[in-house]
Design a protein around this ligand. Structure first.
Ligand code: RIB
Length: 308
């Protein structure tokens, strides 16, 4: 039971670094523009694989030249891509601007991701017998996510779900979710509780646990993260202080690294600390998948923090 199945989006990110975000109607010059493989699903798969997990990706790419790059990047990270489907039309892409503080604005075009149907996912998921968890996000159709959640439950696999980009979750679906990972915006969309500190994170986590989720993780950026499970165990883990260059994919890196650490059998606090270290390293580099650290880098960083 050690494999991770990631079902989700693959995007080509077109990233412009800017001094500040343009105002409505304003035209500004970029400092630099580059293409980076991204997409929340693929980023999480890369984060999990670089953290040491055995990882399979199910998703869709289009008929454009971006598709090859998106597939090759996953393959270079040892991720199984045989279940990625080709659709007509374009691959998914994201237009991203990153300011001098490392914050981003993202405009998404779903492309092939929007065509990944429940039947596609069911056909490709195949044998669930050695799946530790399936990782899901919100950049493929909701009906596909829901069908995958139900298949995972019938086959005894855990559902790890990050509802990003943020949207509400129908309450009857919450009992299908083993691990719900939310940032502040996603926590507000799911629970209607404003979350900006550890106490509010606890209130939001308790709301979701009451509705049937097994464990909840709320990430609070530089304020760290909060974890609580159904049995009442709670853990707070501080963030590692770093100077952000580009926060794109920090959440995806946290999620993928956490899933990999959990699949390896690490208990909550250790897995969260490992994920926090991976996310801290990711924000110090530009790009989505280009910024995601591997196991050796994460372990070296953790060691360096202990020695300080
Ligand atoms: O979470 C970051 C990702 O969001 C980017 O890689 C972009 O593709 C969008 O999906």
């Amino acid at each position: 039971m050690s494999k991770l199945l990631v079902i989700g989006s693959m995007n080509m990110d077109i990233v412009s670094s800017v001094k500040h975000f343009p105002l409505p109607g304003e035209t500004i010059a970029s400092i630099s523009t580059a293409f980076f493989p991204g997409g929340k699903g693929a980023n999480q798969a890369v984060a999990a694989a670089r953290a040491g997990a055995d990882c399979v990706m199910i998703g869709a790419v289009g008929g454009d030249p971006f598709a090859e790059t998106l597939l090759e990047t996953l393959q270079q990270n040892g991720i199984a891509t045989e279940s990625i489907i080709r659709k007509s039309g374009s691959s998914g892409f994201a237009i991203i601007t990153v300011n001098e503080e490392g914050e981003n604005h993202i405009v998404l075009t779903a492309g092939a991701n929007g065509q990944l149907s429940a039947d596609d996912a069911a056909a490709e998921a195949g044998n669930w017998s050695d799946v530790f968890a399936v990782l899901l996000q919100n950049e493929i159709p909701w009906e596909t996510n829901l069908a995958v959640m139900n298949s995972a439950i019938s086959n005894g696999a855990r559902v790890f779900y990050n509802p990003a980009p943020a949207s509400a979750i129908p309450e009857e679906v919450l009992p299908l979710i083993h691990t719900l990972i939310l940032n502040e915006t996603e926590a507000a969309a799911v629970t209607s509780i404003t979350v900006s500190d550890q106490n509010e994170a606890m209130a939001a986590a308790e709301w979701a646990l009451d509705k049937g989720v097994e464990q909840v993780i709320i990430t609070l950026g530089e304020k760290g993260c909060f974890y609580q499970n159904k049995q009442g165990q709670s853990v707070s883990v501080p963030a590692f202080p770093v100077k952000p260059v580009d926060t794109t994919a920090a959440g995806d890196t946290f999620f993928g690294a956490y899933a990999a650490a959990s699949a390896e059998g690490l208990a909550a606090e250790k897995a969260l600390t490992y994920a926090a270290a991976a996310a801290a390293l990711a924000v110090t580099k530009k790009g989505a998948q280009a910024s995601i650290p591997d196991k050796a880098a994460i372990e070296a960083f953790l060691l360096s923090q202990k020695e300080q």
